[in-house]
Every structure is written in C-alpha cells, then in structure tokens.
Design a protein around this ligand. Sequence first.
Ligand code: ZN
Length: 432
Amino acid sequence: MASRANHRVLVGCTLLCAAALLCSGVTILAAAEGPSPSPVATSNFPVASDARLAGDARQTRFVLDLDRTVQFRAFTLADPYRVVVDLPQVSFELPAGVGIAGRGLVKAFRYGLVMPGGSRIVFDLTGPARIAKSYVLPAANGQPPRLVLELEEVDRTSFVQSLAPENRPELKPAIADATGSIVAQVQAPAPLRPAAPDSRPVIVIDAGHGGVDNGTQASGESEKNLVLGFALALRDRIEKNGKYRVVMTRTDDTFIPLDDRVKIARNQSASLFVSIHADALPRGEGDAQGATIYTLSDKASDAEAERLAEAENKADAIGGVNLTEEPTDVADILIDLARRETRTFSNRFARLLMGEMRNTVRMYKHPLKSAGFKVLKAPDVPSVLVELGYVSNKGDLEHLVSDSWRSRTVGSMAQAIDLFMAKRVARAGATN
Ligand SMILES: [Zn+2]
C-alpha cells in the first residue's frame, strides 16, 4: 500500500515537473479540471510551419520551423529505438506527407497532441542513436525560430546507458503516467462529495488511436478521425435512451496509451468496453471488406487476426510510450476466475453485436475473431474491438465517411448494447 502511495506521489511530481518543463502547466491543469477536455482556442498556440531532415546514417539533423521559441524536452526510448520531443501544444501546419520518408538515422516521424496543452513528435530510428544536441534558435537572418535536434549513431550499450533513469527497464514510463493522470482527471474528476451518484451502468466507448498515432490511412482519410466521429455518434445514440452513462476514452485528437484506455474502463467499473477501429490491408496484399468483431484470446483465431492485433498493439510504440513492462501481478486465482467470466460475457456481446450489425452492415466473411489485443485486457470488464471496415477497400471507405451508413451502424450497435445490458441486469436481479 505504502509503495503504491509513494508511486502516486512520484507520478504527481512527474506530472508537475513535466508541466513546468512544458512551460504551460497552468494551461494543462486548467484544461484538465474544466468540464470539457477541449483546450483553448487553437490560434493561441505556437505554429510549426515546416520540418526537414538532413545528414546521413552517422549524424542526422532535424529542424522544425516555428513562429516563436518554445521550451521542450527530448529523450530516447528503446525497443523499438525512438526519440521523443515533448512541446507545449503546437499547431502543426506542416506540408502534407512530411515525416513519412526518413533520412539518415530517422526512419520516419509523426507529430500530434498527447494531452491537453502538450504536443509530441516521435521519431522512429533506424538503430540506436543519442541526442548529441537539442536547442531552440531565436529568429535570425531572415530565418524563423527553429527547434533543432542533432542525432548521432551509437552502439546499443551506450544507447541503453544514455536512457533517462525513468525510461530504464525497472521503472514505469513518466510520460505515460503523466498522460494517464491527466486522462483520469479529464474523464473522471474526483467527486468532492458523494452526493447524488450516477448509478447507471457505465459503457466505455474507445475511439482507437489519436494525436501522434494516426492509425491506418488511405485516400487522405485517417483511421483516428473516422473512428472518433463514429465513437461520438455512438455515444450520442446510447445517451439518448438515458439508461447508461457513457464514458469516452478520448473526445478529441489526443494520443491515449493503451493501458490508460483499459484503466479508464476499470476505474469506472464499466459494464462494457467497446473499442472502435478501422482496418487496412497492406498494399499488394489483396482486398478485404466488411466489419469484424474481435474479442481477446491468448491464441489468435487466424493469421489475419494475429497481424491485426500486432498492428493495433503498436499504438504505444507509435505514440512514444516507454514499452518497458511493469512486473506482472502475482498470479491470483480470483483474477483468473473474473477473467474467465469476463471472457464469457465478451463473447456473448460479440455474438449479439454480430446478430444486430449483420442486418444493416456489410460484415467480413468470418466476422467473429479473437487475438491478443492489449486494449481488451481488463480482467473484469467485458470488452470487444470492432473493426468497422477496411479503409483500403473503396466500398468500405465510402461507407466509413457516409452519414447514413454511420447512423445505421451506430443504431445497430446501440441496439446490441441494449440487448446485452438487459440480460445482464435481469441476471443480476435474479441472483439477488
Ligand atoms: Zn486501429
């Protein structure tokens, strides 16, 4: 218990330090405490207008053009090798496609929001490298203010030694904790008094990806945006009937680590967790279409499910979360029992959902599958992940951006949730 409490204090400190470093601590905390997680007007944020890479496989330089100087923090992460730059919230107005092609030590880079008030750039490296120099230059000689990062090739041993203490194997990720704490505050502000609790069952709707993690992309559409639009529409539909309280893991374009999504469901003692995604087949790997419903299993139902789970589980690496595993909990027979019961409920909901969806939506030829999705791992919350369709398929993509398709699909999902919850409530009533 004591170590748990210490850990919380540490997390709090980390958050405050991170906030101070980002020089917008007030903005972050204010945004987190407000009723809506959406930050203040976009126009107040520094603007990043261009980004470029130079150099070779031994030394690579990254330059980001800004409209004013900012404070930042840069650090490295292992397995896979990454460099993360945390900034105060920035409006990225970079040329389309920037970051897809790398150079030298940088394979590719992505950027986006990681929390209200905080942006991040994540670089995938071709191998171990150290941050030789990192600085912000004020405007000079007709050049705008610039953030510069100089990377140098190193061997793995020096790389591991150069990792910040909080990123070394024995400790939890500082940034993931900071993000998590903010998420927890945004999603579930601690009640000041226990008056009039909302006792309705909680349904957690999880829009996949977000912020620095775009998810799959095709024809100018990002999975993160498609699934957010869908998830918000699903929330509105479920809330209409008034029987359930809906909690979203995200309501804007913010990166949320997979663990934090699970934590939100568990902290809310949710009755159901529904994760919304859209799949894509890699180029040259044929065509597939239709919606698929996934549940958790130790062994994937087929190779395709395994590929997908692997791709979805990469979200944390893409978002720049330290992937060092926490020591796993001691095996607990009670957790095991809960997990088994939860899987039964997850499978029941998956079948109900398929029954409802196939009346209105094109389904994949084998629409019920399972694999080791991290986001479905709450031991006590029935969880399913729905791939709405393939953004790589022309017909599916047309559906995904169509209001009438969305409305029909949202309707069938809300219906399935209602059927599932009705049975659970009836069962709970019968056993009391
Ligand atoms: Zn996805």
